[in-house]
Design a protein around this ligand. Structure first.
Ligand code: NAD
Ligand code: MG
Length: 272
C-alpha cells in the first residue's frame, strides 16, 4: 500500500473534504447516507500485528469512530464483537465484511445499549464468542443539539445519560470478571467535556462524567493490571453530527474553527 497511516504528511493539508451540504437523518444515522463520505481507514490502515490474538468488544462499531477502531483492530490482529443499534445493520454488515477480509472474526451483536439487559448480555456474548475478552472500547454515544434547555424532554435527557454513562458502567462492570491483567478499557469523551457548547448541555455533561469516571477507575484498576484510557476527540465527520448532533445548517461549516481548519476523520483516531 503506498499511502497508509504512517505516511509522512502535513495534517493541515490532508483530507481536503468538499464542504458538506445541509443534511439531516432520523435516528442514529447511517454512514451509508452520510455525504461526503467519511474515511475510516478502509483504503489506508495498515496493521503491523500490534493486537495479535486480542479479543475486543467495540460499541458503536458500525460507523464513525467505532468503525475506524474495528477496522484498525482487525488489521492489527484482533477478533471483534460489534455492538450497534438494529437500525444500523446495513452499516454493521459492511464493517463485518472488512473485519473478515482482514482474516479476523467479526461477531454482530445488535441491540439498544441504553437497555441494561442488552448491555450486560453483550459482554457475555463477547466473552463466549471470542473465548475471552481483553479489550473493551466504549464508543457508542448519543448527541442531540437543543437550542434551549426547555427543548430537552425528560425522555431525551434520560436516553442521553443512559447511552453515554450508564451503558459504559454496565459494560465495564460486567466485563471485569473476564478481563485478565494486561487488558485495556477505552472510553470516549469529547472536547465538549472541556469546552461545552451552549446547545449541548446534556451531552457535554455526560462527557465530563466519562472523564471523571475513567480517571477514578484507572486508579482503581491499575493495581489489577488493567489500563483505563479516555479519548476526547474534537469535531469528527460522522453520522452522529448529521443525525441531530448539530443543527443541519451548521454542517457546511462543521470543524472549520479548529486549528487544522477542518473536521477530523474517524481514521485519524483509530490507531491503537
Ligand atoms: P456515530 O454515530 O458513527 O457513532 C455513534 C454510535 O453510537 C452509533 O453508530 C450507534 O451504533 C451507537 N449508539 C448510539 N445510541 C445507541 C444505543 N442506544 N444503543 C446502541 N448503540 C448506540 O458517531 P461518532 O461521532 O463516531 O460517535 C462515536 C463516539 O464519539 C460517541 O461517543 C461520540 O460522543 C464521540 N465523539 C464524537 C465526536 C464527533 O465530532 N463526531 C466528537 C467527540 C466525541
Ligand atoms: Mg452508526
Amino acid at each position: 500500500m503506498s499511502n497508509d497511516q504512517y505516511t509522512f504528511a502535513n495534517p493541515a493539508e490532508q483530507y481536503q473534504m468538499r464542504q458538506p451540504e445541509e443534511q439531516y437523518q432520523e435516528g442514529p444515522g447511517l454512514d451509508q447516507k452520510l455525504s461526503p463520505k467519511a474515511d475510516h481507514g478502509e483504503q489506508s490502515y495498515r496493521g503491523t500485528g500490534r493486537l495479535s490474538g486480542r479479543k475486543a468488544l467495540i460499541t458503536g462499531a458500525d460507523s464513525g469512530i467505532g468503525r475506524a477502531v474495528a477496522i484498525a483492530y482487525a488489521r492489527e490482529g484482533a477478533d471483534v464483537v460489534l455492538s450497534y443499534l438494529p437500525d444500523e445493520q446495513p452499516d454493521a454488515d459492511e464493517v463485518a465484511e472488512l473485519v473478515r477480509a482482514a482474516g479476523r472474526k467479526a461477531v454482530l451483536a445488535p441491540g439498544d445499549i441504553a437497555d441494561e439487559k442488552y448491555a450486560r448480555a453483550l459482554v457475555h456474548t463477547a466473552a463466549k464468542e471470542l473465548g475471552g475478552l481483553d479489550l473493551v472500547v466504549n464508543v457508542a454515544g448519543r448527541q442531540q443539539t437543543a437550542e434551549r434547555l426547555e427543548d430537552i424532554t425528560s425522555e431525551s435527557f434520560d436516553q442521553t445519560m443512559r447511552t453515554n454513562i450508564h451503558a459504559m458502567f454496565w459494560v465495564i462492570q460486567e466485563a471485569l470478571p473476564h478481563l485478565p491483567a494486561g487488558s485495556s478499557i477505552i472510553n470516549t469523551s469529547s472536547v465538549q467535556a472541556y469546552s461545552p457548547s451552549p446547545t449541548l448541555v446534556d451531552y457535554a455533561t455526560t462527557k465530563a462524567a466519562i472523564n471523571t469516571f475513567s480517571k477514578a477507575l484507572a486508579q482503581q484498576l491499575a493495581p489489577r493490571g488493567i489500563r483505563v484510557n479516555v479519548v476526547a476527540p474534537g469535531p469528527i465527520w460522522t453520522p452522529l453530527q448529521a443525525a441531530g448532533g448539530q443543527p443541519p445548517e451548521a454542517l457546511p461549516e462543521f470543524g472549520q474553527q479548529t486549528p487544522l481548519g477542518r473536521p477530523g476523520q474517524p481514521a485519524e483516531l483509530a490507531p491503537p
